[in-house]
Design a protein around this ligand. Structure first.
Ligand code: UDP
Length: 435
């Protein structure tokens, strides 16, 4: 990663201000920086990567004047927030690019923007600059778009209507509007996507055919580029706790950086986990239990029960946890980063998706790769106990683990010299060098 030879042009990166999207884009930034490109990161007013700028020496950070405050996210909901964010950011992004062109001469090689930050496309068009879309979601998500618009999935096997990322997302017309904008490639000349050919080859071919531009699957970026820098501090004490557990005995539970649960569900989970008799490591973020400050507000009996078998942290070093020999399964909300990280370590999953494309990811885990299963319906202690035993103790879980380990090896091969992701990263770097 250190190399950084010849001086190349500037890459302007436009990530979404959410950890799950920022992390892979910054990993891509590091990979491009090591190839000699200058990197400018354009961000809004919250979840700023620049707050951990020491992890990105040499990067230049810019805050857009007009971007929405975080409080609007709660008021509008995720989908409408994204639509508004794009509307309010377009003009100031154009101003910023105009200013950059004046100050630096035209040293911009390319604008690489998160597919949800599509306002960037207008500036690329106006100033005739090359642009590339960056997707932090699975390729199957693209495949689901027409199914969502037309409400049919007949041609989209193995997708079922219930897998489509529609429910729990607010008014459907907003979901469709956002989908249309994201699927519009504008003047982009390629898509870089954080996935791996061996996981999604048919969805990737479909995408390529529909969009008519090259698609570069370069993932998992946490393996191809340097490890992510967390915006939030991680509790390393859980590794010492894991060191004391038996091999493949622990279930690791995390619902990512955004999802929230009801107190009732958390209590049922706590009972089910304890009744399973398996040790568990549980991430409970402040704010992840609706209407509370976090784990502190749960009854004392829960704390007592949990402390006998489990270990709770506010934030885990997830890559290290999944790679730890004591971990035998991952209870996940199925965010795409978590899915890739779990597969990369050969860890099978209990899927409990919340919304959006997490349901698609869960479907792939259960029905395409067969390395886990979904827990549907209400969270109930009996179901939780059965699910944990099925994954960690039963024969069925052993099969899932075996298949997960096979995929782990395939992912390792993809990121090695000559592998598909390695080559795709090489190709996109070569392409950017010509800009
Ligand atoms: N993560 C972590 N520690 C935690 C919880 C999450 O390091 O305690 C990281 C995880 O490794 C992943 C990211 O946060 O890279 C979550 O992204 P994902 O796409 O899985 O879910 P999102 O948070 O976007 O819903």
């Amino acid at each position: 990663m250190e190399k950084r030879e010849a001086k190349r042009g500037r890459i302007v990166l436009v990530p979404i201000p959410a950890q799950g999207h920022v992390t892979p884009m910054m990993q891509l930034g590091k990979a491009l920086y090591s190839e000699g490109f200058s990197i400018t990161v354009v961000e809004g007013h919250f979840n700023q990567v620049s707050s951990s700028s020491q992890s990105f020496p040499g990067f230049h950070f810019v805050t857009l004047k007009e971007s929405l405050p975080e409080s609007e996210l709660e008021r509008l909901g995720g989908i409408e927030f994204m639509i508004m964010l794009n509307k309010t950011s377009e003009a100031s992004f154009k101003d910023y690019i105009a200013q950059l062109l004046l100050q630096q001469g035209n040293d911009i090689s390319c604008i690489i923007y998160d597919e949800y930050m599509y306002f960037s496309g207008a500036a690329a068009k106006e100033f005739n600059l090359p642009s590339v879309i960056f997707s932090t979601q699975c390729a199957t998500n693209y495949v689901s778009h027409p199914g969502m618009q037309e409400k049919v999935v007949e041609n989209l096997y193995p997708l079922r209507y219930k897998d489509l990322p529609i429910s729990g997302m607010g008014p459907l017309e907003h979901v469709f509007e956002l989908c249309r904008e994201v699927a519009n490639k504008r003047t982009a000349s390629a898509v870089i996507i954080n996935t791996v050919s061996c996981l999604e080859s048919s969805s990737l071919s479909w995408m390529k055919q529909k969009l008519g531009i090259p698609i570069y699957p370069i993932g998992p970026l946490h393996m191809t580029a340097s490890p992510p820098a967390s915006i939030i501090e991680e509790d390393m004490s859980c590794i010492e706790w894991l060191n004391k557990q038996k091999p493949r005995s622990v279930i690791y539970i995390s619902v990512g950086t955004v999802a929230q649960m009801e107190t009732k569900e958390v209590l049922e989970m706590a009972w089910g986990l304890c009744n399973s008799n398996q040790p568990f490591l549980w991430v409970i973020r402040p704010g992840s239990i609706l209407g509370t400050n976090g784990i502190e507000s749960l009854p004392d009996e829960v704390h007592k029960m949990v402390s006998e078998r489990g270990y709770i942290v506010k934030r885990a070093p997830q890559l290290e946890v999944l790679g730890h020999p004591a971990v035998g399964g991952f209870w996940s909300h199925c965010g795409w980063n978590s899915v890739l990280e779990s597969i990369a370590e050969g860890v099978p999953m209990i899927c409990r998706p919340f919304h959006g494309e997490q349901k698609l990811n869960a479907m792939c885990i259960e029905r395409v790769w067969r390395i886990g299963f979904q827990m549907e319906g209400k969270v109930d202690r009996g179901e939780v106990e059965r699910a944990v035993k099925k994954l960690i103790v039963d024969e069925e879980g052993a099969g899932m683990q075996e298949r997960a380990l096979v995929l782990k090896e395939k992912l390792k091969a993809s990121v090695k010299s000559g592998g598909t992701s390695y080559n795709a990263l090489d190709e996109i770097v070569e392409y950017l060098k010509t800009k």
